[in-house]
Ligand binder design. Structure first.
Ligand SMILES: *Cc1c(COP(=O)(O)O)cnc(C)c1O
Length: 254
């Protein structure tokens, strides 16, 4: 007889915990090998949990994951409300200015800062959040870590994968540095489809040089996903954003 309730039972969640542990270990081993091969410092692993349930994030936390990435405010804010300070939340998706106020309630970092209007909106939102918390005696909010996202193939016929033009790097970096409440963490990109990832990440590393000429402390390079983490490590990534290789294939977009 089929018992639908059994699907939610402990046996199923144990199986999921074992699956996540094995996948995570495999990814950590890939990162270790890539780091050793390239002679680089080990980057921070951000596990991208978008579309996956809070129960998976709890399991991952138990396996030593501290940094998680989400790309939609509505989903992320709900998860953060449940899990809160247990984890460091990285917002990695395209962000509308009217969502800035919500994102700064939970996110420690935004990896997708790609235009001046968003710099301004995030600056205002963090200032308001910091004032609000000070007024109510709540835990203070740290400055928001901001990665400038670049489009490494602006000519792509698919409209690109989001991000500013490389030529906008200086202006954006200067604007960000001049905004109280925001800290320029570094640069971010998603490898474009039409260019080999090693070449794309090499271009990102040179944009990082431009940004560091404005702020030498902005050393972050957020690059590398499941399919190209080795190339990203080789090019000097400091933050990897890995989703499907840890969690399995994503459920269809709702
Ligand atoms: C979904 C997503 C990832 C993770 O991609 P995987 O290929 O599943 O590892 C990384 N970065 C961004 C910006 C994403 O949207």
């Amino acid at each position: 007889m089929i018992d639908p309730g059994a699907q939610e039972g402990p046996a199923v969640s144990d199986a999921r915990a074992r699956e996540l542990a094995a996948r995570l270990q495999h990814v950590r081993e890939r990162i270790s090998s890539a780091t050793a091969a390239a002679g680089r410092t080990r980057p921070t692993l951000i596990v991208v949990t978008k579309y996956f349930p809070v129960s998976d994030i709890r399991i991952l936390h138990g396996l030593g994951v501290h940094d998680v990435g989400e790309n939609r405010d509505q989903e992320a804010s709900g998860k953060a409300a449940e899990l809160g300070d247990l984890l460091t939340w990285h917002f990695i998706g395209q962000l509308q200015t009217n969502k800035a106020r919500s994102v700064v309630r939970y996110a420690a970092a935004v990896h997708s800062v790609d235009r001046l209007s968003l710099v301004r909106a995030l600056g205002k939102a963090v200032a308001a959040e910091q004032e609000g918390r000070a007024a109510s005696g709540a835990v203070p909010r740290a400055d928001l870590e901001c990665f400038l996202q670049f489009d490494l193939d602006p000519e792509a016929s698919d409209g690109g994968r989001g991000g500013a033009l490389p030529g906008e790097a200086l202006a954006l970096a200067e604007a960000l540095m001049g905004t109280p409440g925001l800290r320029l963490a570094g640069v971010m990109a998603v490898a474009p489809l039409g260019i080999p990832p090693s070449e794309a990440f090499g271009n990102l590393a040179s944009i990082s040089g431009t940004v560091r000429s404005v702020d030498p402390t902005a050393t972050g390079i957020s690059a590398g996903m499941s399919g190209d983490l080795e190339e990203a490590v080789e090019a000097g990534a400091t933050h990897l954003r890995i989703g499907s290789d840890v969690l399995g294939p994503r459920p269809e977009v709702r």
